[in-house]
Design a protein around this ligand. Structure first.
Ligand code: SPV
Ligand code: MN
Length: 624
């Protein structure tokens, strides 16, 4: 067997060898050498932070046909396989050492067995290909939040996506990697055998295995970014482990700046399950975006601070339209770097469901290069012109509504945390928790989202998704909640809010798409104690007069007392029903924190007392 150094010397040009060796890090060398030995690439390329290297990978992705150029300069489209359109939970597993017991709710495989399985699948997988070795950073560089990452892949699309979505990390490695306590995340992805559309032939052998004991994720036979782009959801699972060890938090949250009176800037972070209004809240007109998907929290100089882990957006494109999402719409129609994923392409232009324009009946999409309306998929099911999880990839720097401080190394002070669910008949549009523990337990830990017509399966089924982070938890729910409860306990913590944009009456939504602007303005004022609130038994809710003023000032809209009463009625039977469901669920969590049990019991007691005093459906006008 050759040593790592011999393998590197044999395979790398002197210039690229030097790029690795100046890092003086044995773990880097070993990881790269092992990938060469296992995957047997034709050649190996090591990137640094230069613009030339970024341009090289972008062009390689086009030359490889992983991306196809579109009519507008800088725009490309990437197609994932028909069966590879989203993250796949069944094949995403933790590799668990045989002497460790991981929570039973987590998908897992014994470490040695899982490693063998993935090694067999990756063996020789880079034959005929170029292995790309690249360096990026989670969070800002030169920052207490920074987690440097090493990505190995044979997909130039993966590297191009990372170059748009994350900060460059080679200089960060150089700065830190000779330090004996240096820790980094590493990812080895292999495309596997592909068809002429560059999508996996063996999609049924897709695997995403997390070796959390080594800060490593291995994936194979997949192209979808949620399974391949190491720094996105693969890293989130490792970050949750690292945060647990080190006493900070890694969350599936946006970060935004809400603009208050007299130029006041208030930063809000929000966790919303899919299709609950997350990106559109982060992009509210008149406010400023810091990030739309991932946040890290740390206490710095006695303050609760957050960063955007990313430097771009990998957003859902369905329903992005000129009126509802003007900022994104403009970026998607102007020259500049944009990757469209799984849209319909006709004559060099991308089309997607809900764009508010007529969609061609033929074109290239994720189903076929010659798709026609009515075409059935390989599974015999009807197909749509674009996939419902079709995406766009853009850079933060190209968004005109970005907060100028979005990249600041020490992060931004957080005024409020929002947990946004989706239900048609339970929660008021906005409410504020009594305390941090009340918010974490009854808003974050009880977050639910209802299935919609757009999702597979029955409509109106509620699914429980703790802090919207359920898919990424690398420890028990109880431990994760306990970490949230204890975080930053010695300092003043943000206020906690719950939102629900989806209340309905007779199948019709009670709120307009833009009403979330008003709820954000109310939360901003509450963070600073500028308006009063009413006790609704499960949190504090707005007073009518304040909302009336906010709707007028923010949306130039009349907000009637009738709207208010309907939207803010306290629905006790539904609220108690939700508590029943949650108590049942938490009885199955082995280590439910005591605080969680106490908060649920106290909530029940308050709601029962309110019911005895005022009835089952209580108008907000009847709350003292
Ligand atoms: C999500 O599904 O939460 C996303 C996209 O942000 S993915 O990369 O698939 O995780
Ligand atoms: Mn996400």
């Amino acid at each position: 067997m050759n040593t790592a150094m011999e393998i590197l010397k044999n395979q790398l040009s002197p210039e690229h060898l030097d790029r690795l060796l100046v890092l003086k890090n044995e773990e880097v060398n070993q990881f790269v050498a092992y990938a060469i030995e296992l995957c047997e690439p034709d050649s190996v390329w090591v990137g640094n932070d230069s613009d030339e290297d970024a341009a090289y990978c972008r062009q390689l992705s086009i030359d490889n046909r992983e991306e196809l150029p579109l009519a507008i300069d800088g725009h490309t489209v990437h197609f994932d396989g028909y069966y590879d359109q989203a993250r796949k939970k069944e094949v995403t597993k933790y590799l668990v050492p045989s002497d460790v017991v991981l929570d039973k709710k987590l998908n897992q495989v014994e470490r040695e067995q899982g490693l063998k399985e993935i090694r067999d699948l990756q063996k020789g997988a880079y034959k005929g290909r170029r292995m790309l070795v690249t360096f990026f950073c989670l969070g800002p560089t030169n920052s207490p939040f920074a987690i440097p990452c090493l990505q190995i892949t044979d997909s130039a699309y993966v590297v191009h996506s990372e170059a748009m979505l994350y900060r460059r990390g080679y200089e960060e490695f150089k700065r830190q990697s000779s330090n004996p306590s240096f820790e980094f995340f590493k990812f080895r992805h292999a495309t596997g055998q592909v068809d002429d559309r560059m999508t996996s032939v063996h999609y049924d052998k897709n695997r995403v295995y997390m070796d959390y004991t080594r800060n490593t994720v291995l994936s194979v036979n997949t192209q979808y970014a949620g399974n391949t782009v190491g720094l996105k959801k693969l890293a989130l699972r490792l970050a949750i482990c690292k945060a647990d060890r080190e006493g900070w938090l890694a969350e599936h949250m946006f970060v935004m700046r809400a603009n208050g009176p007299k130029g006041r800037k208030t930063y809000l972070c929000g966790a919303y399950p899919s299709a609950c209004g997350k990106t559109s809240t982060a992009m509210i007109p008149g406010e400023n975006i810091v990030g739309d998907d991932l946040a890290y929290f740390r206490v710095i100089d006695g303050e609760f601070r957050a960063v955007n882990v990313e430097a771009g957006i990998f957003g859902i494109i369905q329903d992005v339209c000129a009126k509802g999402d003007p900022v994104i719409w403009d970026v998607l129609h102007a020259p500049g770097e944009v990757i469209f994923g799984n849209v319909l392409v006709k004559d060099g232009s991308p089309y997607w469901l809900g764009m508010g324009e007529e969609i061609p009946k033929t074109g290239a999409n994720h189903v076929s290069p010659a798709w026609t309306e009515g075409m059935l998929g390989p599974d015999g099911k009807p197909t749509t012109p674009s996939h419902k999880n079709a995406r766009y990839t853009v850079r933060m720097q190209d968004l005109e509504n970005k907060d100028p401080d979005w990249d600041t190394p020490n992060g931004l002070p957080v005024g409020g945390i929002i947990y946004g669910g989706r239900d048609s008949d339970i929660n008021v549009p906005v409410r504020e928790a009594y305390s941090w523990a009340h918010g974490i337990c009854t808003m974050g830990a009880m977050l639910e989202s209802e299935t919609t017509a757009a999702t597979i399966g029955a409509e109106g089924v509620r699914s429980w998704n703790v802090m919207s982070n359920m898919d990424f938890l690398s420890m028990s729910v109880g431990k994760y909640l306990q970490n949230n409860l204890e975080f930053a306990k010695d300092i003043e913590r943000p206020k906690v809010f719950g939102t629900n944009y989806f209340l309905k009456r007779d199948g019709q939504y009670l709120n307009g798409m833009l009403d979330k602007s008003a709820w954000v303005k109310w939360m901003e004022l509450r963070v600073h104690g500028d308006v009063e609130s009413l006790d609704a038994g499960y949190g504090m809710i707005p007073k009518y007069e304040d909302l009336k003023t906010i709707f007028k000032n923010t949306l130039n809209q009349a907000y009637t007392e009738q709207d208010y009463v309907e939207q803010f009625t306290v629905r006790i039977p539904e609220l108690l029903g939700k508590l029943d469901r949650m108590e049942e669920i938490y009885a199955t969590v082995g280590d439910t924190p005591e605080a969680m049990k106490e908060e649920m019991a106290a909530q029940r007691k308050r709601l029962e007392a309110l019911k005895a005093e005022k009835g089952e459906y209580i108008s907000p006008l009847d709350l003292a």
